[in-house]
Design a protein around this ligand. Structure first.
Ligand SMILES: Cc1cc2nc3c(=O)[nH]c(=O)nc-3n(C[C@H](O)[C@H](O)[C@H](O)COP(=O)(O)O)c2cc1C
Length: 337
């Protein structure tokens, strides 16, 4: 039997944002060694500096998952794509750079049930930076592997002038240690995929090629009318689609009503993926969907949505669309995870 399995994707996070940093040379080495060592895994460099994240400016804690800023959503989109990470971090004042801690603090579910490994560097191998990151990442439910690489500014870089980055010249033994670290990250990332698929993270099963969640805001007094009409539409659509549709109404933080409308292609697949009965939709479900997209994305990719038309009629608006499509699929043999 041949099954479709989504390729594992590992992000190499550049933990320093300083102009003239040494971190980008280290990250390129980590990416090159990883790609050669685990060619079946997608390896991408993730540069926090390129995200343009200010010091945390979200009014609501990330664990609630209600992001207000486009930079947060963009960062969320990036982190959600990965199954695991290797953090490349220098030591700054006996800890990790504030930029990497800030980038972690911005998100929550996007990190959950994933694995991480570390490549530290500094005067003493960046070990104190890594220790501090292990604590922060544990709090966002990242499993941190034991092996780590500790690079020394004295022996792994050729630096003539301390004000310039110099050249990264890693001692040979670091390659094997990095390979061990990457092996552990890949192994735990693959294992944790089962946990995420079960319902607390990005859910996507073989039978569910497309899933989306749309949040609506409908002005009073039409909220209940909209909800009723949506339920009617859903009830009528049920026999016509190979899937399950549902709606619920809840109060949002600013007092207006938010209606969540979820659609997926296969009820069985959804139940299998989330471990929930299809009748149970709730906040937990909301946090399951893998990628947040702007409203326009749906229209562009899928044409006019009858539910959106209904919404326009009652004077409401779409607040967010959260969706994922299956991508980067590879064929694997029987028994593949
Ligand atoms: C603000 C700051 C604080 C630092 N503190 C430490 C430290 O406590 N321990 C250490 O080993 N290296 C320390 N260093 C040296 C850095 O680890 C080293 O400069 C490294 O190259 C910084 O990474 P980057 O070039 O990618 O920014 C510090 C560097 C900076 C810029």
């Amino acid at each position: 039997m041949t099954r479709l399995v989504e390729k594992l994707c590992i992000g190499i996070v550049v933990g320093s944002t300083r102009p003239g940093r040494r971190g980008d040379q280290v990250a390129e080495w980590v990416a090159a060694v990883s790609r050669a060592h685990v060619p079946t895994v997608d390896v991408e460099v993730v540069d926090i500096a390129a995200q343009g994240l200010p010091l945390l400016d979200e009014p609501i804690p990330a664990a609630i998952g209600d992001y207000r800023n486009s930079h947060t959503r963009a960062w969320s989109d990036v982190v959600r794509r990965f199954d695991g990470f290797v953090f490349v971090v220098p030591e700054y004042n006996h800890s990790a750079p504030a930029a990497v801690k800030n980038a972690i603090d911005y998100l929550f579910t996007e990190w959950n049930d994933k694995a991480a490994g570390f490549v530290g560097y500094g005067l003493h191998g960046g070990v104190r930076a890594v220790e501090h990151l292990r604590g922060a990442l544990a709090e966002v439910k990242v499993a941190c592997v034991r092996s780590q690489v500790a690079l020394s500014l004295f022996t792994d870089f050729a630096i003539d002038d301390m004000t310039a980055p110099g050249t990264f010249t890693p001692a040979e033994h670091h390659t094997a240690q990095l390979q061990r670290t990457v092996d552990e990250v890949v192994s735990w990332s693959a294992a944790l995929r089962a946990v995420r698929t079960r319902g607390d993270g990005a859910s996507c099963s073989d039978e569910a090629p497309f899933t989306m969640l749309i949040e609506f805001e409908v002005p009073p007094p039409r909220q209940h009318e909209f909800a009723d009409r949506l339920r009617t539409y859903i009830a009528q659509s049920l026999p016509a689609v190979d899937g399950f549709l549902s709606a619920r109404v809840q109060a949002s933080l600013d007092g207006s009503t938010v209606i969540n409308y979820a659609q997926w292609t296969s009820r069985t697949a959804w139940e299998k993926a989330t471990g929930l009965s299809a009748a149970e939709t709730g906040p937990r479900t909301h946090r399951n969907w893998a990628e947040r997209r702007r409203d326009q994305w749906f229209d562009e990719a899928h044409g006019p949505n009858p539910v959106v038309a209904l919404l326009t009629e009652v004077g409401g608006s779409t607040r967010s669309v959260t969706a994922f499509a299956r991508s980067a699929l590879v064929e694997s043999g029987a028994g593949a995870a």
